[in-house]
Write a protein that binds this ligand. Structure first.
Ligand SMILES: Nc1ncnc2c1ncn2[C@@H]1O[C@H](COP(=O)(O)OP(=O)(O)OP(=O)(O)O)[C@@H](O)[C@H]1O
Length: 593
């Protein structure tokens, strides 16, 4: 990445709030870089006068140089303080910008791997971006502006040496670009292998029960080993690529200096003024210092580039289009009353070449319970995600209360829905706080009522500090079924017009089954319930069953109607009953023995 695109991206990333402060900081650093160059240049007339034994003129120039050096020091102090200040403001600003932007992104954007990368981005990434301002701006500008001022000064004193340096500049730039590109290629590979290795380590830790069952040296360990070895190889390749790149750049700079020396010496031998030439050549050496410093920072440049790319990648993610109207123009609605959910000829695929839903049409009338049934992968969960607008449909439309979900703002849609999905997230707070998230102004009795209905009170009595027990990050202190019960309590408290429920696929214990049943009974009538149903009880008691197959609605009706049809649903039902019967029989046998 060139300095220009780095700065351009930096501007875009920090946003309009921090951009003016960043601009001022760039000016501060630029003033410092130019002053530093001017101080270097002032050395030439001072040195020339000394070489000519003209002490009076020399002292005058040394005086001017001292003033310039003092100004450089002040500028340096101001830019370094500014760098720190603007860097801190950038971290804060980026956290807010990322937070605000994330809140507008479709829920479907938050896949597991993205969420993993986001954690790193918000912590380390924001720091790395602010590091560009605090630590990279200075070498970047002093590595370009200071040498430019030096070259201009050299021109004033000896145009031949100046011209030699000017000819070297594009060569230097080309070599810098070339070596950077080479190193970037190795870097990309290193980044890839590091991500792969990180993923494998997490997988290795998470999949311990499975891996242990497959014995030592099992496939998990082999995969992790391979990933770590690949990362190791990439690290060594980078070290091998880095050193020659840096050496090549340093060599080019030295060649430039040597060319200037040769030009100067030739001029001297041809009868040029020795004082001016020698003083100018001393200045040339000054030209090399900041330029060479840039090469030493190549690695930092590249990691900053990666951090910036990560941040801009998130900030560039497109939010779902919001309707172009004010809150007052929102469709009128009776609060708390159930509304119909309708899918009209909906087609959708996660990837363009793979259709998951292909012309799905059905209606869940207001206040009814609709069970979505179908083979694994038939798109049941996808239907609920489209209703909640995790993604927008490919074609067709989804309506809630008669309105296309795309015509509702994110807040309006969120206000109408309660979601009880399998991957329930609980905040690291108490259970009470976790339920209350659904409706912060709910009274104490109401919270306790819904907790009883979802049988959260049973969980509470088992916990060491009862209601005040913290549940750990993500609800780690609770089992999956218990987390879902807290989530059910949230849905009950929210009393949303539409409730989307993804029943656990794993067979539930009696307590969790009872919790779901009571919650569903409480919600039915008051809310429209769309349930990805796995339990036979939920399915048979639903007002309507929608059977998905081959991306379409294969059958739809009540349990009795579908059984009479003797099609896909009847086959599914017989199959489920058989497996359930087998399980019950086994349980009885176990009990009898
Ligand atoms: N985030 C995703 N990205 C890409 N493909 C996905 C994603 N989520 C689901 N799919 C694919 O879409 C298809 C439908 O998945 P969906 O989860 O809706 O099925 P389901 O009927 O709910 O399955 P199950 O009963 O096993 O939960 C599957 O082939 C699945 O692999």
């Amino acid at each position: 990445m060139t300095s220009k695109t780095l700065l351009g991206r930096l501007y875009a990333a920090v946003g309009t709030e921090t951009a003016p402060a960043l601009r001022r900081q760039i000016v501060r650093v630029a003033v410092y870089a130019v002053l530093q160059g001017v101080t270097f240049v002032l050395m030439v007339p001072a040195l020339r006068a000394l070489l000519r034994h003209d002490t009076g003129t020399a002292w005058a120039w040394i005086g001017v140089m001292t003033v310039s050096a003092a100004a450089t020091l002040v500028a340096r102090h101001l830019q370094s303080m500014g760098g720190f200040r603007v860097g801190m403001a950038t971290i804060n600003g980026l956290h807010h910008r990322l937070g605000d932007h994330l809140a507008t992104l479709p829920l479907g954007w938050f896949s597991a791997d993205r969420t993993g990368r986001l954690t790193r981005l918000i912590g380390q990434g924001a720091k790395d971006v602010s590091g560009i301002i605090a630590h990279l701006l200075e070498p970047l500008l002093t590595g370009t502006l200071t040498p430019l001022v030096v070259v201009a000064g050299v021109f004033v004193f000896d145009w031949r040496i100046g011209l030699t340096l000017l000819i070297c500049a594009p060569v230097l730039y080309a070599v810098h670009r070339w070596t950077t590109r080479l190193a970037e290629r190795v870097d990309d590979r290193l980044e890839e292998t590091a991500s792969e290795a990180n993923g494998r380590v997490v997988e290795f830790a998470r999949a311990q029960p499975v891996l242990r069952a497959s014995g030592p040296g099992g496939p998990g360990l082999v995969l992790l080993d391979d990933a770590l070895e690949e990362q190791d190889r990439a690290t060594r390749r980078r070290a091998r690529a880095d050193a020659p790149a840096r050496m090549l750049f340093g060599l080019t700079v030295q060649l430039g200096v040597a060319a200037a020396l040769v030009t100067g010496t030739a001029h001297l031998l041809g009868g040029g003024d020795p004082a001016t030439t020698i003083a100018t050549l001393v200045l040339v050496v000054r030209f090399a210092e900041p330029v060479t410093a840039i090469a030493g920072l190549a690695g930092t440049f590249r990691s900053s580039r990666a951090a910036l790319a990560g941040v801009t990648g998130v900030l560039d993610a497109r939010p779902l289009p919001e309707p172009d109207r004010t809150a007052e123009e929102a469709p009128a609605r009776t609060p708390g009353s159930a509304v119909a959910v309708e899918l009209r000829d909906v087609s959708f695929g996660y990837a363009p070449d793979r259709t998951v839903l292909d012309g799905v049409t059905f209606t869940a009338e207001a206040g009814t319970t609709v069970a979505l049934v179908g083979a694994s992968g038939s798109g049941k969960t996808t239907v609920t995600r489209l209703v909640a607008r995790f993604f927008d449909v490919g074609s067709g439309s989804v309506h809630i209360g008669g309105d296309d979900v795309r015509d509702l703002t994110t807040d309006e849609l969120a206000g109408m829905l309660a979601m009880v999905f399998q991957d329930v997230y609980l905040f690291d707070g108490t259970i009470r706080e976790n339920i209350r998230v659904a409706r912060p102004d709910a009274g104490e009795e109401e919270v306790e009522r819904v907790a009883r209905l979802a049988r959260v009170d049973d969980i509470v009595t088992r916990l060491p500090d009862g209601w005040d027990t913290r549940v750990g990050e993500g609800g780690a202190a609770l089992s999956g079924g218990e987390r879902q019960r807290v989530s059910l309590a949230r849905a009950l408290l929210k009393d949303a017009p539409v409730v989307l429920l993804d029943e656990a696929t794993a067979s539930l214990d009696a307590e969790n089954q009872a919790a779901i049943q009571r919650a569903l009974a409480d919600l039915s009538g008051r809310s429209t319930l769309l349930v990805v149903a796995h339990r036979l009880e939920t399915i048979t008691t639903a007002d309507r069953i929608v059977v998905l197959g081959d991306g379409r609605v294969a059958e739809s009706g009540t349990h009795e109607e579908l059984m009479a049809l003797n099609g896909r649903y009847a086959a599914f039902w017989r199959e489920r009953n058989r497996s359930l019967g087998w399980r019950l029989a086994t349980a009885e046998e176990v009990g009898a023995s």
